[in-house]
Design a protein around this ligand. Structure first.
Ligand SMILES: *[C@@H]1O[C@H](CO)[C@@H](O)[C@H](O)[C@H]1NC(C)=O
Ligand SMILES: *[C@@H]1O[C@H](CO)[C@@H](O)[C@H](O)[C@H]1NC(C)=O
Ligand SMILES: *[C@@H]1O[C@H](CO)[C@@H](O)[C@H](O)[C@H]1NC(C)=O
Ligand SMILES: *[C@@H]1O[C@H](CO)[C@@H](O)[C@H](O)[C@H]1NC(C)=O
Ligand SMILES: *[C@@H]1O[C@H](CO)[C@@H](O)[C@H](O)[C@H]1NC(C)=O
Ligand SMILES: *[C@@H]1O[C@H](CO)[C@@H](O)[C@H](O)[C@H]1NC(C)=O
Ligand SMILES: *[C@@H]1O[C@H](CO)[C@@H](O)[C@H](O)[C@H]1NC(C)=O
Ligand SMILES: *[C@@H]1O[C@H](CO)[C@@H](O)[C@H](O)[C@H]1NC(C)=O
Ligand SMILES: *[C@@H]1O[C@H](CO)[C@@H](O)[C@H](O)[C@H]1NC(C)=O
Ligand SMILES: *[C@@H]1O[C@H](CO)[C@@H](O)[C@H](O)[C@H]1NC(C)=O
Length: 876
């Protein structure tokens, strides 16, 4: 199929070739080149059969690029001619062919003739023709750049733009041609730029479908564009702070062009230009004074120029030139404020201030005057030439103060700002309600504060304005300076946007103060009571969790406490705390949520003797942070259970003890016989006769006296001293009781040390021997009446356990005074036991607290009770 198709194409080409060269048809109009036709018009072509052709008009067919043209648009003229009319559109480009061929099979070759058509538009008239010759060096350039608006319609066919320039009065015609489609500008060279002559310029647009032209005629200077003014300078004027002098040089000689100038200026900080009215700068001038400027402000100046009477193009603006106006006296007062921090019994007043808004110069110092007094002001204390913007002072609560401040720059002083601080009990009312909200805006969100208007409480007071204060609250250690800001709000407003970029996640205290003005006497400004609210511009997730502690854990409950996390870590208002707890590592958490002001909680319904894990989650609006885990174990026994057990055990033990005592008493005789067999009465012995009665008697009374004194004196203090040691002793006592096997608490107390220390011997024996000593002492001493002769105890061996007892360190510590006394006694009577025993009896004191003093003061009773033992001793 491909090959057959190709063959067909080849055949067709051959026919064309034949047709063009040897054609039997011809088209009128005919052209060797393309025929240019205007888009939108009708075009009629006629196909003629040449003489001698075999065809008739019926055999003629018109063919366009798109194929056969329908017969309706044909018109048969006569036998040999057929015309066709087509509407030209912008796409009709290419061949239009006339073909003559027999419809039936024929050997006569078909004839074809074609013409080339090209659609296009005639040119549009160029609009807004303008020509410009810029300044080059000291002259105007001879190259005149003319530009125009060619219109938007593409002519589709070749179009030429020719610019002609002619200086009127001369014959010379300068010309420049630009052939591109829709040319917009063309530069024509005038050789020299004509001065003060009329210049005629026109542009001619031409193509196959037509031509158009625009012309311009004006004074040559209208075509010129000068350079901006030269060497523009802005000079500050020393004594006139509101003006600046601008000077410049003419950019072109007046013989070529006489210029006038324009000046514009703006504050360096602003983008808005202010133009000096042209009437002020008309004329061939080279300087101008800008006036009504603000002092101590940098201004930027630009200039341009134009031919006189606007007879040229404006020059470009000159480059920026800047200078500052001179300083002037500050035109407004400093912004004075105070922070009052109550201390223990004073007020710490910190005065802070800002530079005047219209400082008109660099503020060099302040003149601060503080007038204090209880009823009336005393003479002011003046602090001159303060550079700092802060001053702290102590103000007693009852004292009032009026503060005045002026600011100085190099030129002079500002108006005075004043602030009155009343005694702390004379505060004026503040606003009522106050609330804040966050204004969401890009790029920074701001805080909006709202409050209710306040009415002055007295007719002499007027509301002057409101003051909004914000203080950043930090807990950081380095909080050396107050982070305070404030802004003043007109009195007719009760809502405003805080004019500060507050830090995210930081707490601020926002306060609103009404400022009153007192019209009586001085003009005193005074702040009312503030209303303060904490605020965050944006809240965040806490960055620290609370550390939980278990304060008390019981059988089924536990009391938890935690501290509030540091303010800097809170990063928002705490909305609640959630306590999570679980058994051991089961991870089956239960939780309880409590209010933000709660810092302890009692967990109930816990299992006894179980390990628990607990932690506390702190939440703000933005998120939560979990504290570290804390583990604790609940108790095995509940409250009182242990006590019950202890009481039961103690009671049991008491009963046992009582039982043993009873038993002892019942079987006393038996026991006594077993332990202390009958011994002869020493008084009957012959030893009694050599007993050194006299020396003992002579010495003993002295001894006696001193003993009694010590007893009475020391007895109580001793008892008190020993009270503290009592529990310990009781313990020992209990443990030793078992070993001794002997009941009688009164008996047991004294020998306890001896028992433990001298346990080589049989315990029963030692106990008895010591018991005997103590009793013997008591009796031997006090009851040692002349009639009696107990001093006859000269038992050297039996002192052994007692000495041990005395030298026992515990014992010594317990009773220093006693032992010192003891030693004295022993020195006095080394060979005699009586003092030692007496000392021994003293040691019993703590145990038998109530009975001790009686023991010493009522020797007969004890003496009596122990009498039998005396006799029992002898044989040892
Ligand atoms: C030829 O065909 C093209 C494409 O189909 C069409 O855009 C154009 O208008 C046609 N030209 C004429 C003269 O009919
Ligand atoms: C047919 O018309 C054309 C043009 O009008 C003319 O030139 C030609 O002589 C005519 N032919 C005959 C046979 O009339
Ligand atoms: C041509 O001049 C007219 C009037 O002066 C103006 O409105 C228009 O914007 C100018 N067009 C161009 C392309 O400069
Ligand atoms: C002539 O002026 C036109 C329009 O202002 C500009 O585009 C063109 O570059 C200028 N030609 C020359 C040679 O400066
Ligand atoms: C020269 O041009 C200006 C501004 O376009 C115009 O006001 C003035 O009439 C023109 N002068 C002449 C002579 O055409
Ligand atoms: C600004 O003005 C001062 C005083 O006239 C002058 O000395 C100084 O050069 C000027 N500065 C500038 C940048 O022009
Ligand atoms: C008063 O407050 C200021 C600012 O916080 C501080 O610097 C100053 O030490 C304080 N004075 C006293 C006495 O507390
Ligand atoms: C500061 O103020 C006091 C009283 O208002 C005044 O006497 C003194 O001259 C002032 N100091 C200066 C430097 O002007
Ligand atoms: C507040 O008062 C000022 C003038 O003192 C006025 O310009 C402004 O419009 C007033 N604002 C309102 C909200 O009334
Ligand atoms: C605790 O505070 C968070 C954050 O504001 C909140 O989503 C949650 O509902 C609060 N829980 C309770 C029990 O109120």
């Amino acid at each position: 199929m491909d090959t057959s198709c190709n063959l067909l194409l080849l055949l067709m080409f051959l026919h064309y070739a034949v047709g063009f060269t040897n054609s039997c048809v011809k088209i009128l109009p005919d052209s060797s080149s393309s025929i240019v036709l205007e888009v939108g018009k009708d075009f009629t072509a006629t196909c003629h059969l040449l003489e001698g052709s075999d065809y008739t008009s019926d055999d003629i067919e018109w063919i366009s690029e798109n194929g056969s043209i329908p017969k309706q648009s044909y018109r048969r003229i006569n036998e040999t001619a057929v015309s066709v009319t087509v509407n030209i559109d912008s796409n009709l480009n290419g061949w239009l062919k006339c073909r003559a061929a027999k419809q039936s099979l024929s050997f006569v070759p078909p004839c074809v003739y074609g013409i080339s058509l090209h659609a296009g538009y005639p040119p549009l008239k160029p609009k807004n023709l303008s020509c410009i010759a810029v300044q080059e060096d000291k002259d105007i350039s001879p190259n005149l750049n003319c530009s125009w608006d060619p219109g938007l319609r593409n002519p589709l066919i070749d179009t030429t733009y020719t610019v002609y320039a002619n200086v009127l009065g001369t014959t010379q015609k300068h010309k420049a041609e630009c052939n591109q489609y829709l040319a917009r500008s063309c530069v024509v060279n005038l050789e020299t730029f004509p001065i003060h002559m009329i210049l005629k310029v026109w542009v001619e647009v031409k193509n196959a479908l037509g031509s158009e032209q625009s012309e311009l005629q004006n004074d040559s200077s209208y075509f010129a564009k000068p350079n901006p003014p030269l060497n523009v300078q802005v000079l500050a004027e020393v004594n006139i702070p509101t003006s600046l002098m601008v000077t410049w040089k003419h950019p072109i000689d007046r013989t070529i062009m006489k210029l006038s100038y324009a000046i514009r200026y703006r504050k360096a900080a602003s983008e808005v230009w202010i133009e000096v009215p042209e009437s002020f700068t008309r004329g061939y001038i080279e300087s101008f004074r800008l006036q009504s400027l603000e002092p101590y402000t940098e201004y930027v100046v630009q200039m341009r120029c134009i031919g006189e009477s606007k007879s040229s193009y404006w020059s470009d603006w000159s480059l920026n030139v800047a200078n500052s106006t001179a300083e002037a006296k500050p035109a407004s007062a400093p912004d004075l404020w105070r922070i009052i921090q109550p201390t223990a019994n004073n007020r710490n007043v910190t005065l802070i201030w800002k530079d005047p808004v219209k400082a008109n110069g660099k503020i060099l110092s302040y003149n601060l005057s503080i007038n204090q007094g209880y009823k009336m002001f005393e003479s002011p204390s003046i602090k001159e030439n303060t550079v700092s913007q802060m001053y702290s002072m102590e103000l007693p609560p009852g004292k009032m103060a009026n503060i005045e401040i002026t600011a100085f720059n190099s030129v002079g002083a500002s108006p005075k700002a004043s602030l009155f601080i009343p005694g702390s009990d004379k505060e004026l009312p503040g606003v009522e309600d106050m609330s804040w909200s966050v204004l969401d805006g890009k790029p920074e969100s701001k805080l909006q504060v709202k409050w209710t208007a306040v009415l002055p409480p007295r007719p002499t007071l007027h509301l002057s304005e409101y003051l909004l204060e914000w203080v950043k609250i930090t807990q950081s250690v380095h909080q050396t300076e107050l982070q305070v800001g404030w802004q003043r709000v007109p009195k007719n407003l009760t809502i405003t946007t805080l004019n500060a970029d507050l830090e995210k996640f930081k707490r601020y205290n926002i306060s609103v103060y009404p400022i009153y003005k007192n019209h009586s006497g001085h003009r005193l400004f005074q702040a009312g009571r503030p209303v303060t609210r904490p605020a965050y511009i944006q809240q965040g997730t806490p960055i620290e969790g609370p550390t939980v502690k278990v304060k008390k854990s019981k059988k089924n409950s536990a009391e938890l406490t935690w501290d509030e996390i540091p303010l800097d870590s809170q990063r928002g208002f705490i909305t609640n705390y959630t306590i999570f707890y679980a058994i051991g590592n089961t991870k089956q958490w239960k939780s309880v949520t409590v209010d933000p002001n709660v810092h302890s909680h009692v967990l109930t319904d816990l299992a006894s003797e179980t390990d628990y894990v607990v932690n506390v989650l702190v939440s703000t609006e933005a998120g939560s942070f979990k504290g570290t885990d804390c583990t604790f174990k609940t108790m095995k026994y509940g409250d009182g259970e242990v006590e019950v057990i202890v009481v039961v055990v103690c009671l049991g033990f008491l009963f046992l003890t009582v039982f043993i005592i009873m038993f002892c008493l019942r079987k006393r005789e038996v026991i006594k016989k077993m332990l202390w067999p009958q011994v002869p009465d020493p008084s009957d012995s012959s030893i009694a006769h050599w007993s050194p009665d006299f020396p003992i008697k002579a010495d003993l009374p002295k001894e006696d006296v001193s003993v009694v004194e010590v007893d009475v004196f020391d007895g109580k203090s001793l008892c008190e001293e020993e009270k503290g040691v009592l529990p310990l002793k009781k313990d020992k006592y209990l443990s030793e009781e078992h070993s001794s096997g002997i009941g009688g608490s009164s008996c047991m107390s004294s020998p306890r040390h001896s028992v433990s220390d001298s346990d080589e011997g049989d315990s029963g024996q030692t106990t008895s021997s010591t018991v005997q000593y103590s009793t013997v002492l008591g009796s031997g001493y006090k009851g040692q009446t002349p009639s009696h002769q107990p001093p006859a105890f000269a038992r050297s061996e039996s002192t052994q356990p007692l000495l041990d007892c005395e030298e026992h360190p515990d014992h010594l510590n317990e009773s220093q005074s006693r032992s010192s006394y003891f030693r004295r006694g022993r020195e006095l009577e080394p060979g005699v036991l009586a003092p030692e025993c007496d000392g021994g009896s003293l040691t019993f004191c703590p145990v038998q607290e109530e009975e001790v003093s009686p023991v010493t003061e009522e020797p007969p009773a004890s003496a009596l009770s122990y009498m039998p033992q005396k006799s029992g001793y002898r044989p040892q």
